[in-house]
Design a protein around this ligand. Structure first.
Ligand SMILES: NC(=O)c1ccc[n+]([C@@H]2O[C@H](COP(=O)([O-])OP(=O)(O)OC[C@H]3O[C@@H](n4cnc5c(N)ncnc54)[C@H](OP(=O)(O)O)[C@@H]3O)[C@@H](O)[C@H]2O)c1
Length: 256
């Protein structure tokens, strides 16, 4: 991948909705380069509009990194967690609201007083098959009721990325998983139908390697069999979206 600090815009046809971010938005100010059908972007400068963020899934692998990075950027961070002790050393640095995303009252309590929500909710062993849709339904209701408009939510490339941009492996996985991804598809539909300022983030395989600081992102990037992204960069990208209006009401994939 060539690297450059030049700022260039992709063609609108290749990145509808993303192209307009290029010339004006601080989230691309670090570095951005044109490639086929995507923008390569990096962590760049960060100027936060959202001051208080709620993280769903902060005890998980991406959620933990989201919390660490948000705190490092001086944001006020809260987390809705079932087991506050699972936050480890983060517990003393953020505001933990104990509760289950499937409990509407707990979600409502957690959402109160925030500017934005970052959702890294994911099913684990013993999760009900409707975890993501039901949890998201509660989240959207609470956000709408309390006027918290900004939501950046992870789903997955298998869920909503256009089929023609998926390589053979992801196409086969999508077909094979069938009913198993219905909950995530419903989660996306609920968000798409909401009136909130949402951004759907659809990564392929997640890895735990170190942040690289640059990635491809777009509504129509190609995702081959080896496509992946490290959770540290996924978290960084999600935090950038707090200041990036150009991806509001858009779903994008992110990968190296
Ligand atoms: N793994 C991949 O390759 C891959 C690929 C594409 C997309 N994704 C998606 O990317 C996202 C992040 O993945 P990850 O692997 O970083 O996540 P993860 O480590 O599995 O973390 C999931 C988080 O969800 C929380 N959670 C589950 N049920 C909950 C409930 N009822 N109430 C409140 N919190 C609940 C967990 O809390 P507890 O600690 O209490 O369990 C945990 O904090 C997920 O949506 C995942 O599906 C993953």
């Amino acid at each position: 991948m060539p690297s450059t600090s030049r700022r260039t815009c992709p063609t609108p046809s290749s990145t509808s909705g993303v192209a307009s971010a290029c010339s004006t938005s601080p989230w691309l100010a670090g570095s951005a380069e044109r490639r086929t059908g995507c923008i390569v972007t990096s962590a760049g400068r960060f100027r936060s509009v959202s001051k208080r963020v709620l993280i769903i899934g902060a005890t998980g692998r991406t959620g933990h990194l989201l919390a660490e990075q948000a705190l490092g950027r001086g944001l006020g961070v809260s987390a809705l967690v079932r087991r506050p002790e699972a936050l480890g050393e983060l517990q003393s640095r953020l505001s933990a609201v104990q509760g289950d995303v499937l409990d509407p009252a707990a979600v409502s309590r957690a959402v109160a007083g925030h500017d934005a929500v970052l959702c890294a909710l994911g099913p684990g062993r013993g999760s009900p098959p409707t975890l993501c849709s039901e949890g998201t339904r509660n989240l959207l209701s609470a956000m709408e009721a309390q006027g918290v408009r900004r939501l950046v939510c992870i789903t997955g490339a298998l869920i909503g990325h256009p089929r023609e941009h998926l390589g053979w492996l992801y196409r086969r996985m999508r077909s094979a998983l069938g009913a198993a991804i219905q909950d995530r598809q419903l989660q996306e539909q609920l968000i798409l139908r909401s009136g909130l300022d949402w951004t759907l983030v659809r990564p392929p395989r997640l890895d735990n390697g170190p942040a690289r600081g640059s990635w491809r992102v777009g509504e129509d990037i190609s995702l081959g069999a080896m496509a992946h992204i490290n959770r540290a960069d996924l978290a960084s990208f999600m935090l950038q979206q707090l200041d990036n209006p150009t991806l509001i009401r858009r779903g994008v994939a992110i990968a190296y």
